[in-house]
Design a protein. Structure first.
Length: 339
């Protein structure tokens, strides 16, 4: 009688142990390194369909009602940050302080990210109207992932920017797209994973670990964004048929998980790595056809802008030095300061 092999059993046990350890590390780090109260307010609040603006001030985010317009005699260059799909709130944790330190007025646009992308674009247009009323005359946009599609839609749609280079009378100086799926992403079909990540983060940051966060779906939109993000969607076909304004200097930051040096000698493997791209968006999709300033780096979809939580947790546990600054941040600072 043959004895059953224990090899696969041991492998399964090892895999379960590894996943359990990584999960415990995530929970430990997230619960012992909770977001600042101002950030908690943002990610826990129910956002109106038109979205909200928040200003970065002294290492915290303040809402629009608490913001005091700077003196017109000392104008400060303004940067507007736009997050992507299923974003729990931390993607700008490294970028905003860096921009603030460099002397920029930093504003972020938050919106119900599961609603139709065009609905979010309309909300962004409304936000620009409010900014114009507060005296903002020009700014630059830094957008991550789907946020870049919202920016492009607002800039080019005939009912909004109409490819003039202005939105609600505000001149757009530069547009920096980081990991934007200009041609869509097949992984939009799997966006339930990203939605779960968003809700886990909100749950950890909530008062008393509020379990209703996992059952409250209405504050995030109706799921249309996932449809709009699929390749060849009606939204993307219409968006990509409209020209980008030539007056707006556009940069595409394109990340790839696999270092190109490791696949350069194998064309098939290199193509596979390009298709994988940053793990969410392929290299081809992240490269806007009309963009001439394309910067390639080795990172994943989030680590290009934000130190990943596992690395932070591991370094904290072992007493190692802080992780290096995400690569895209210096690129953003360079492009914003260039003529």
């Amino acid at each position: 009688m043959n004895r059953p092999s224990t090899g696969s059993s041991h492998a399964s046990d090892l895999m379960a142990l590894t996943i359990g350890a990584l999960g415990a590390l995530c929970i430990w780090y997230a619960t012992t390194h909770a977001p600042a109260p101002a950030l908690q307010t943002s990610i826990n609040s129910t956002l109106p369909q038109e979205g909200e603006l928040r200003w970065f001030d002294t290492n915290r985010w303040i809402n629009e009602r608490a913001f005091t317009t700077p003196s017109a005699t000392t104008p400060t260059p303004t940067v507007l940050l736009i997050h992507g799909l299923d974003e729990p709130g931390g993607i700008w944790d490294d970028t905003a302080p860096a921009l603030d330190h460099a002397g920029y007025q930093v504003i972020r646009f938050d919106y119900p990210n599961d609603q139709a992308i065009h609905a979010s674009s309309e909300g962004l247009h409304t936000a620009f109207t409010r900014l114009a009323e507060q005296g903002v005359t020009n700014l630059s946009i830094v957008a991550h992932s789907m946020g870049g599609l919202i920016a492009r839609d607002t800039l080019t749609h005939p009912d909004m920017g109409n490819s003039t280079g202005q939105i609600a009378s505000i001149t757009i100086n530069k547009l920096i797209l980081a990991g934007t799926p200009n041609e869509g992403s097949p992984l939009a079909k799997l966006r339930a994973i990203g939605d779960l990540r968003e809700r886990v983060y909100k749950w950890i940051a909530s008062d008393d670990l509020d379990p209703t966060i996992f059952t409250t779906l209405s504050d995030d939109g109706d799921g249309q964004a996932g449809v709009d993000l699929l390749p060849e969607s009606d939204f993307l076909i219409a968006l990509n048929s409209r020209p980008m304004p030539g007056s707006v200097k556009t940069t595409c930051i394109v990340a790839r998980i696999v270092d190109p040096l490791t696949t350069a000698a194998n064309p098939k493997l290199d193509q596979a790595a390009n298709t994988l791209g940053d793990g969410v968006v392929s290299v081809e999709s992240a490269t806007l056809d009309s963009c001439t300033d394309i910067v390639h780096l080795t990172a994943n979809h989030r680590s290009m802008l934000r130190t990943i939580i596992l690395e932070e947790g591991w370094r904290s546990m072992v007493g190692s030095a802080d992780a290096p600054e995400p690569q895209a941040i210096q690129i953003i600072l360079d492009r914003l300061s260039s003529d």
